[in-house]
Design a protein around this ligand. Structure first.
Ligand SMILES: N[C@@H](CCC(=O)N[C@@H](CS)C(=O)NCC(=O)O)C(=O)O
Length: 216
């Protein structure tokens, strides 16, 4: 089936920026962007909860050519779906029995799941919970785990090659690049290999457009 229209529910710099980046890399600019007022609680409006009971961005509203409307959730699934749906953009190894495909999915999930869940713990306890509920030990544990267990794996890859799965940019870099930049904002992943990787990613025009609404 063909896509008639796409609308991305978004918040600047958040996980929806991964999807905005992947959309620009694959589909182009012809989609609607709805920026949510998360800090004012707009994600709890009944209309939004009907699309995403998890009250979170991104939501990708897909209007199909037969007029049906679908609401897709989960940023990592969206990035993976777009990369597979636009094979001419060469953002993913073909879905077949190959070491490249296995490695690509591993790194996409390591960034979008394993690392993301630890970064989210840090975000919640550092920035979102009231002081009385926040737990410094949770922050310390997650930071320690990323620094001692995850960073060395990523560092080894980024010193051996330009991108996370070798010398070609892939959708795994969209998810992993976002998580690494997130970790960098918390003071992790600071050395030269990570710095050079972040510069390579931010030189991409699609990256620049995807993050053009982030207030620094
Ligand atoms: N696993 C989800 C997580 C989505 C998520 O937590 N989004 C955050 C922004 S990065 C959000 O909208 N939070 C608002 C809330 O939880 O109320 C995904 O990757 O799409």
């Amino acid at each position: 089936m063909k896509i008639q229209a796409l609308k991305l529910f978004h918040f600047p710099g958040s996980r929806s920026a991964r999807v905005r980046w992947a959309l620009i890399e694959t589909f182009g600019d012809d989609f609607e962007l709805a920026t949510m007022k998360l800090l004012e609680g707009e994600q709890y409006a009944q209309e939004f909860l009907a699309m995403n009971p998890n009250h979170a961005v991104p939501v990708l509203q897909i209007t199909w050519s037969d007029g049906s409307v679908q609401h897709m959730l989960e940023s990592t699934a969206m990035v993976e779906w777009l990369a597979d749906a636009f094979p001419d953009k060469q953002l993913a190894p073909t879905a077949e029995l190959s070491p490249q495909r296995a490695d690509y999915l591993q790194m996409l999930q390591l960034g979008g799941n394993w690392m993301d869940s630890m970064l989210w713990q840090i975000r919640v306890h550092r920035d979102l919970l009231p002081e009385s509920d926040s737990d410094k030990r949770t922050i310390d544990r997650a930071m320690e785990k990323i620094a001692t267990e995850v960073e060395p794996q990523l560092h080894a890859r980024l010193t051996a090659a330009e991108y996370i799965c070798g010398d070609q940019f892939s959708a795994a870099d969209i998810v992993m690049g976002h998580s690494i930049n997130w970790a960098r904002a918390y003071g992790m992943c600071q050395n030269d290999a990570f710095k050079a990787y972040a510069s390579r990613l931010s030189a991409r025009p699609a990256f620049q457009r995807a993050f053009d609404d982030v207030v620094r």
